[in-house]
Design a protein around this ligand. Structure first.
Ligand code: UDX
Length: 435
């Protein structure tokens, strides 16, 4: 099939690659000339482990091509995926202007039946809105062409994007006609997984509800971690014991300094706004957001309590990205931690394998290092913020000798606490007795 994917961000690019790998001919479109120029040369505009090699192969084979010419792609392709950004507006709702612009362009250009698929995460009701925009444009052209609107949310994780796009645990397709359902079935025929066909609105809600639920698990365990510390219980063991119940499961019960990234914070804000606007505030989700908002301050207060005033102290921030295996720093807990340290007038040395260039733009005055050991040099304390293997696998036994004081605050419970204690560190985890 001939597929157009409009928007070459994270989701759009991963989707394009996955469909091209499943033998569809894919044209990916973006209005950012610089991005398209890079992609044409098989260079990714973001870091994602292993993806560039696959991109090179697909571009060489000609199964995946890139263009800024949306009109031509719309004319040539039967299925049009919309995967443009939906950033948060100032009121917390999702900004749909990019999705709407694409819809207008489709209505202005299409000459035959199209399946228009929304991949971007959009509020419930967006499919209806987009349908109206396309219809309106067609009416202006006095054309009675038919088209279908499908919601096909994406569940991939950064750092595992290609794997997730190729091996999804489920595919959710919200579509209201048999014709579109058949085309979507054909599109995904080579992916062996469960496909759930639901209405447009159900699919839109499934995406928000899934992210909200995962974030709820994280904030739940993080709040429990706080009480575990007070009563001397260990959140790691508690999570293990809970997870053994298959109704609960082990995943997303890793206590830490909170969730970040481009999805959870934005989608939760959007769902909260949508719920309030509909007169149905989501109390549990409000608490989820609030626990996450305060988790870094709670962590930094522990640091301050252990080592005293931070003013003039040399603090090593180990890890800047919102999670390992990505260069994404959006809503990363590291940014809140850096703000806290700056406010307290600490001297910051920061290390990250992939995220330094992005953080440097926001905080040019911080001392960035090329290795984790350089960051630890003469440090009064180390804060483990992102559990990169380069950080977890530091030679901690010897690293102690280059630090001024052996304080390690493990914001991800990623280190072996008993080993750290044996090495002579003052080791502090999240929700563990070593706090
Ligand atoms: C998430 C969803 O997992 C994915 O399905 C959706 O499509 C996009 O949003 P992503 O943002 O890439 O994916 O990251 P994810 O691996 O889910 O982690 C999100 C955040 O939660 C990270 O900051 C991570 O450190 C944190 N997290 C995750 C925890 O603090 N504890 C956990 O147990 C799991």
């Amino acid at each position: 099939m001939k597929v157009a994917v409009i928007g070459c961000g994270y989701v759009g690019t991963s989707t394009s690659i996955a469909f091209a790998m499943y033998d569809h001919t894919v044209v990916a479109i973006d209005n950012d000339m610089g991005k398209i120029k890079k992609l044409k040369q098989a260079v990714l505009p973001f870091y994602e482990a292993g993806m560039e090699e696959t991109l090179q192969k697909l571009v060489k084979d000609g199964t995946l091509s890139f263009t800024t010419d949306m009109k031509e792609a719309i004319t040539q392709c039967d299925v049009l995926f919309i995967a443009v950004g939906t950033p948060s507006s100032s009121d917390g709702s999702a900004d749909l202007s990019h999705v709407e612009e694409v819809a207008q362009q489709i209505g202005k250009t299409m000459e035959s039946y199209k399946v228009v698929v929304i991949k971007s995460t959009v509020p419930i009701g967006t499919c209806d809105k987009i349908k109206k925009i396309i219809k309106n444009e067609l009416e202006k052209r006095r054309l009675a062409l038919s088209f279908d609107l499908v919601s096909n949310p994406e569940f991939l994780r950064e750092g595992k994007a290609l794997y997730d796009a190729l091996h999804p645990e489920r595919i959710v397709i919200g579509c209201d006609t048999k014709k579109a359902q058949k085309i979507m079935q054909e599109l995904y025929k080579d992916i062996k997984t469960n496909i759930l066909f639901v209405s447009n609105k159900d699919a839109e809600m499934i995406k928000y509800a899934s992210n909200a639920f995962l974030a709820t698990k994280i904030s739940f365990i993080n709040e429990l971690a706080r009480i575990c510390e007070k009563i001397g219980a260990n959140i790691i063991q508690v999570a293990k014991g809970m997870g053994m119940d298959s109704r609960i499961g082990f995943q997303f019960l890793q206590a830490g300094i909170g969730y970040g990234g481009s999805c959870f914070p934005k989608d939760i804000k959007a769902l909260l706004t949508l719920a309030s606007e509909n007169g149905n505030p989501l109390h549990i989700l409000q608490a989820v957001a609030s626990v996450n908002q305060t988790q870094t301050d709670w962590f930094m207060e522990k640091v301050q309590k252990a080592i005293g005033p931070l003013s003039g102290k040399r603090i090593a921030v180990l890890g800047l990205t919102f999670k390992p295996e990505t260069d994404d720093i959006r809503e990363a807990p590291s940014l809140k931690i850096i703000d806290y340290l700056i406010k307290e007038k600490a001297f910051i040395t920061a290390y990250d394998p992939k995220g330094v260039e992005h953080v440097k733009k926001l905080y040019p005055a911080i001392h960035y290092t090329f290795t984790p050991l350089e960051a630890l040099q003469k440090a009064d304390a180390a804060l483990l913020v992102t559990e990169w293997k380069e950080i977890v696998n530091i030679d901690w036994q010897n690293a102690k000798h280059i630090m001024s004081q052996p304080f390690v605050f493990d914001g991800r419970n990623a280190l072996n606490s008993s080993e750290m204690l044996t090495f002579g560190y003052h080791y502090v985890g999240v929700g563990t007795p070593h706090a």
